[in-house]
Design a protein around this ligand. Structure first.
Ligand SMILES: *Cc1c(COP(=O)(O)O)cnc(C)c1O
Length: 413
């Protein structure tokens, strides 16, 4: 108990240093006027997220204004279809596209967008997906290098992929059954660019989907890809936008968004019935977009850079250690801190550093690219490098991460 109190007292000071003072009841994890802390009640460890917007780490936290909007929404029942519709119209206006809807995450948007392409203009078709297609078109074109872990969200509709590599392959791949052309925005390989991908699909009257789930900031990406001509674009709600983790955006053509809505909850005989988004999350998603669009790109990036620099200033005097920040080119386009040192002098591997921070108090999660052989998601790492993702840290937590890193590294000298 003593160490626990000691830690929280210390953490509170650190948070105060970082410019945010929390109420002492909150900092101590006690029951506050808002009710019990269920993480404490359940014995679930609260972590410091020095990794990034990873689903397995519950991705982002909602800014206070978004949390408040969620709490407000919880107080009143409304008519769900009216809320879905109003949220969609509001988002379309804010994000400069024809139409929009809130989905249960980007993966859900992939399923609903594919279902929209498959069922467009055919009454009763949503009920045929995924296993009674009966003439419903189901070939989705994709570049071989764009195959990824989210394929299943598209296959859920009963669609299957036709892979292409060259522009020539692509032009010849269209058949009577082609229903959609899919693009993975952050793909690191693939020789067909976005403009050609859209142009050729449109020559065949086939809609194009762009999965840009993790690709904000920059904020302007929220309208860049729809304006480029993609018929459907998705962004995850709980990553850079910092909305509810189980929400996302599907943006695009009015007729396709309307068709996607027909494949979604609350309608029963649909692939989307299990993808319900509650009123609290619909409102939270809209509030998060309001919050995010009003941020200054420059201020955000400067803040992330400053966190990286505070951490590097704390660890820099460890012998042989060097720090640099890198900004991945597409997904998670924010400064990440890369810490490298000579393991013959500092005798601990990056993987061991990661484990020690995880097992410490408070428990800290470093970026999973730490110590990874060939880098990951645009982060150029190697077996000698510790990666700190600073953008999901709460104010003041950078100093806690810095102190723990220094302790663990200094102990290995
Ligand atoms: C995270 C991610 C998704 C899934 O997003 P959710 O909002 O968690 O459903 C889909 N595609 C890509 C490329 C992603 O990075």
């Amino acid at each position: 108990m003593e160490t626990r109190r000691g830690f929280f007292g210390w953490a509170r000071n650190m948070l105060a240093v970082g410019g945010v003072v929390r109420s002492s009841a909150e900092a101590a994890g006690r029951t506050s006027e808002r009710g019990p802390d269920y993480y404490d009640k359940l014995g679930v460890t609260k972590i410091i997220n020095a990794a990034g917007t990873y689903t397995i780490l519950t991705a982002s936290t909602m800014p206070p204004v978004v949390q408040a909007a969620v709490a407000q929404a919880a107080k009143h029942p409304v008519r769900l279809l009216e809320l879905q519709d109003a949220a969609g119209r509001y988002l379309a206006k804010r994000l400069q596209c024809e139409a929009a809807m809130v989905t249960a995450g980007a993966a859900s948007a992939l399923t609903l967008g594919t279902a929209a392409c498959m069922t467009l203009g055919r009454a009763g078709a949503p009920d045929l997906l995924p296993d009674r297609l009966n003439g419903v078109k189901n070939e989705v074109l994709i570049q071989k290098a764009h195959r990824y872990g989210y394929d299943h969200a598209i296959r859920n509709c009963g669609a299957h992929f036709i892979e292409v590599e060259t522009l020539d392959d692509y032009e010849r791949a269209f058949t009577e059954k082609t229903v959609m052309a899919h693009f993975f925005n952050a793909a690191e390989h693939g020789e067909i660019n976005r403009e050609d991908w859209i142009r050729v699909a449109h020559e065949h009257n086939v809609p194009c989907f762009n999965d840009a789930a993790a690709d904000v900031p920059p904020i302007s990406n929220l309208w860049k890809y729809t304006q480029m001509g993609f018929d459907l674009v998705t962004f995850s709600g709980g990553k850079g936008i910092r909305g509810p983790q189980n929400a996302g955006l599907l943006l695009g053509r009015k007729d396709l968004i309307a068709a996607a809505a027909q494949n979604n909850s609350p309608f029963d005989e649909t692939v989307g019935r299990g993808m319900k988004v509650a009123k609290e999350q619909i409102v939270g998603m809209v509030a998060a977009v309001d919050w995010f669009v009003d941020q200054s790109e420059e201020t955000m990036q400067k803040e992330f850079q400053a966190r990286a620099e505070r951490i590097s200033a704390t660890v820099r005097n460890i012998p042989t250690l060097t720090c640099r920040t890198v900004v991945p080119p597409l997904a998670n386009q924010v400064p990440h801190l890369l810490i490298k040192y000579d393991q013959s002098k500092v005798k601990i591997s990056p993987q061991e550093v990661l484990m020690k921070l995880r097992q410490g108090t408070p428990s800290i999660e470093l970026n999973p690219a730490t110590g990874s052989k060939q880098g990951s998601a645009g982060i150029p790492t190697d077996e000698q490098t510790v990666v700190v993702g600073v953008w999901m840290l709460e104010p003041g937590e950078d100093l806690i991460v810095a102190k723990r890193l220094r302790e663990v590294l200094a102990a290995a000298i």
